[in-house]
Design a protein around this ligand. Structure first.
Ligand code: BGC
Length: 437
């Protein structure tokens, strides 16, 4: 039986500039150089499965934490898009690297702009619709030196860059994702102080959050002014919060966690979105713990976990999608994926998330596309290269690409515009936490 998705549903993958391009010079590349030694040393204090340590680079090696050549996608994008095409993808999400386009304040690098034009043309030549992300966490060094998202002029600097990009590339793209997961960046840079930033705490987090919301709103105005027919959205990380037991304390914590994590930022950019991009990776089960309040936020069963320890919980996507219905906007699943070096879970992971998505669509949620994270193995920020998120494996020594079995399974889904259920009982039992479907 084939569970058909809506006509014109978009199927593809997502990547981001810093994670795949190679050769970047931005606030992250500089942070990596300063922190690689420390990250490798910290990794040495943990125990690691042999399959991770036998791979290259592995978490104990310093070079694991330096993005360097990454996947050399900057030079190999045509080969990579050929792969996407051969896998029946009809959409692709990628990001423009601000630090390439504006390497020094107010100076535009025309050669790099030309590069992104060529990237867009390469997608169009293959009939793959581009979704262009304008900011996926990395900033030019000059912007970081000015205080990055704490500078009160930050929204203006960002909007100026967006204006330039849309002026130059606007004829080649219809879909724009202004920001990727702003609150994840705020949490890790400005709240916990783990990622590139010089200051952390409540006030700086709040300031950065407001500046990012303002940056979105200003950028939206610029795009609409220049290209009124554009479709504009955000790629936002949604976490599914569930109460361990529906008691008073759990319900209260769940309410606030859900509001702050999933809705607060969206309210700040209300009216300036044509679609919501949903990045879904995990859920958190809430269990009130008087002695360890922070632990109240995460008491997961962890029956099935990914290579980086995230519980695999497909049902969560259904609850998130249902909750997004109230915004009355089209939804694209702009990221969903799993770190799985041995490709043990990925095919089922995709299928099960899609079954829950199908159910949400059946109940009236206007979901229009699915972007798997990711096309290629890539540089996973402070974890470096060892987590393997790709449908396509990358050999970081030779840069050779090798398609994993799950890539072919996903290709069938893309081709059929739907998920085939072989034996309804077996399939709908939805392993990995989705038993209630
Ligand atoms: C980010 C990606 C990241 C992925 C997996 C998302 O939160 O947008 O850049 O690689 O999660 O961790």
């Amino acid at each position: 039986m084939l569970l058909k998705f809506p006509k014109f549903f978009l199927w593809g993958t997502a990547i981001s500039s810093h994670q795949v391009e190679g050769g970047n010079f931005n606030d992250w590349s500089e942070w990596e150089k300063q922190n690689a030694k420390y990250l490798a040393r910290e990794a040495g204090k943990r125990s690691w499965p042999a399959y991770v340590l036998n791979d290259y680079p592995n978490p104990l090696q310093e070079e694991n934490y330096i993005s360097g050549r990454a996947c050399d996608h900057y030079n190999r994008y045509e080969e990579d898009f050929d792969i996407a095409k051969s896998l029946n993808h009809n959409v692709h999400r990628f990001s423009i690297e601000w630090s390439r386009v504006e390497p020094r304040e107010g100076e535009w690098d025309q050669k790099e702009i030309e590069h992104y034009k060529n990237v867009l043309r390469a997608l169009r030549d293959r009939n793959i619709e581009p979704f262009v992300t304008l900011w996926h966490w990395t900033n030019p060094v000059w912007f970081a030196e000015k205080g990055a998202w704490l500078n009160k002029k930050a929204p203006f600097y960002f909007a100026r860059y967006v204006e330039k990009v849309v002026n130059e590339l606007g004829d080649l793209a219809n879909f724009w994702v202004i920001l990727n997961e702003p609150t994840v960046l705020i949490l890790n840079c400005y709240w916990r102080g783990l990622w590139p930033s010089r200051k952390n705490g409540f006030l700086v987090s709040y300031k950065a959050l407001n500046n990012l919301a303002m940056a979105h709103n200003l950028a939206y105005e610029k795009i609409i002014f220049l290209k009124p027919q554009s479709r504009i959205g955000i790629a936002y990380n949604f976490t599914c919060f569930e109460a361990h037991k529906e008691n008073f304390f759990n319900k209260i914590i769940k309410y606030f966690a859900d509001y702050l994590n999933n809705h607060y930022f969206l309210e700040k950019i209300k009216g300036k979105l044509h679609f919501i991009g949903c990045n879904y990776y995990f859920h958190n089960r809430i269990k009130f713990n008087l002695f360890h309040p922070v632990k109240s936020l995460k008491d997961n069963e962890n029956k099935f976990v990914s290579g980086i320890g995230w519980e695999i919980y497909p049902e969560g996507i259904y609850h998130i999608l249902k909750d997004l219905k109230k915004y009355n906007l089209p939804v694209y699943i702009t990221e969903n994926g799993v770190a799985d070096a041995r490709d043990k879970y990925r095919a089922d992971f995709i299928k099960n998330h899609l079954l829950w998505t199908y159910k949400a669509i059946g109940e009236g949620v206007d979901v229009r596309g699915y972007f798997h994270w990711s096309l290629l193995d890539n540089f996973e920020w402070d974890k470096g290269f060892w987590p393997r998120f790709g449908l396509v494996e990358v050999d970081y020594k030779t840069m050779e690409r090798k398609m994993r079995q799950s890539a072919f399974e996903y290709a069938k889904i893309c081709k059929n515009n739907g998920v085939i259920l072989n034996t309804p009982e077996a399939d709908t039992s939805c392993r990995y936490g989705a038993s209630k479907y």
